[in-house]
Design a protein around this ligand. Structure first.
Ligand SMILES: [Zn+2]
Length: 379
């Protein structure tokens, strides 16, 4: 690949730089100060169920539609993502992973699919904690089923979200983490001891902390405090201004610390599309004109209509973060949490050449003018 250059201000360090790259960053040199655009590593979304009208939980999702959904995410600064398959019948979940892995290998830009996140089905059966996952398909941890997922997608499952309330959870966590997969706690009604046991067994992440939770919760102890206080857990947050109130978001980010916090979209099918009815797996969902994604006919949230660029802007607007910290939560922090190779150090020599060029509009929105993935310009 031919070498290219781009210049701007590193959104994390604030320094004016010129970056020389092919598929990897070859050098980062100081540049003259100016009012050039911001440069950031490409955004990494560890949890996305669908986008632009395309449902990743549909085992027959067409590959050209999946490619279109990727392009729509590239336009919002996402350069790497973990399409997320949620609780469903056993065969359907494996079929979704098989289809997504085949699309990854076949379509232009498919390499942006870094791996997969399997959210469920070993989650809490309780209302509230279960979120929009269908009760009929909730089931206890089953390592053979995990093997089946890996067989279906060529070993690309990177994160599994489960609830430690199942008696077999610690053993299951030990086995999947021994294979390099990240065990994430989510959709749980686990007690303090069960959470501690999960962390001891190797869990290192909390899935969309503060969501997938009961409407009413004992003030303390409860599973939100336990996870906030546990320094061995990083945590994903859905920052769409709907899933989490500003006070919780600020408090949670301060408690967890920016270095252990990351932005996820949890986007579902209607994200980046017009209001109306869509499918999420076997369930109909509505995107309301206010931007809420709900199970059809209810007010239960079923994912978001968020994209990563809007999430970065929301982190500044709702949580008062600096641009640098908001960008960290969308780039190096998810890379570390999901152990994504060549992405944990920011814009640095030897890192993969995943780059986003943008300006901040007066209201804080990110106006994206260029995106490169492994050195290839996609926007
Ligand atoms: Zn969820």
């Amino acid at each position: 690949m031919e070498q290219q250059k781009c210049s701007g201000r590193d959104a994390i360090t604030g320094q004016a730089i010129t970056v020389t790259f092919d598929s990897r960053i070859r050098s980062v040199a100081p540049a003259a100060e100016g009012d050039g655009p911001w440069l950031a590593p490409g955004f990494i979304d560890l949890q996305v169920n669908g986008f632009a009208g395309v449902d990743y939980n549909d085992p027959s999702a067409a590959h050209d539609a999946i490619a279109r959904s990727l392009r729509a995410q590239f336009a919002r600064g996402t350069a790497r993502l973990l399409p997320t398959v949620i609780t469903g019948p056993k065969d359907a979940m494996a079929a979704c992973l098989r289809n997504l892995a085949a699309a990854r290998a076949a379509v232009p830009g498919g390499g942006a699919i870094e791996g997969f996140h399997v959210e469920g089905p070993h989650i809490s059966p309780e209302d509230g904690a279960r979120g929009a996952h269908p009760l009929a398909s909730v089931r206890p941890p089953d390592f053979d089923e995990f093997r089946g997922w890996q067989d279906a997608c060529g070993g690309l499952v990177r994160i599994v979200t489960l609830s430690p309330e199942w008696p077999g959870a610690p053993k299951y966590i030990e086995r999947i983490t021994a294979e390099g997969v990240v065990a994430s706690i989510g959709h749980t009604s686990a007690g303090a001891e069960q959470i501690a046991d999960a962390v001891k067994a190797g869990a290192t992440l909390s899935t969309h902390l503060g969501n997938g939770a009961h409407q009413m919760l004992r003030r303390h102890p409860n599973y939100i405090w336990e996870q906030l206080a546990e320094d061995r857990l990083s945590a994903g947050f859905i920052v769409d201004g709907i899933h989490l109130g500003g006070a919780f978001l600020k408090s949670a980010l301060r408690a967890k610390g920016i270095a252990r916090s990351l932005l996820v979209t949890d986007a579902s099918t209607p994200a980046g599309a017009a209001p109306g009815r869509y499918m999420l797996g076997e369930q109909p969902v509505d995107l309301t004109p206010e931007g809420r994604v709900v199970l059809a006919g209810t007010d239960r949230l079923a994912g978001s209509a968020l994209d990563m660029a809007a999430g970065v802007a929301n982190l500044m607007r709702l949580a008062g973060l600096t641009l640098a910290d908001a960008v960290r939560m969308a780039t190096v922090n998810p890379a570390s949490a999901a152990r994504i190779e060549g992405r944990a150090r920011g814009i640095a020599e030897g890192e993969r050449a995943d780059l986003v060029e943008f300006r901040c509009a007066p209201l804080g929105a990110l106006e994206i003018s260029g995106v490169w993935i492994a050195g290839e310009r996609v926007v």
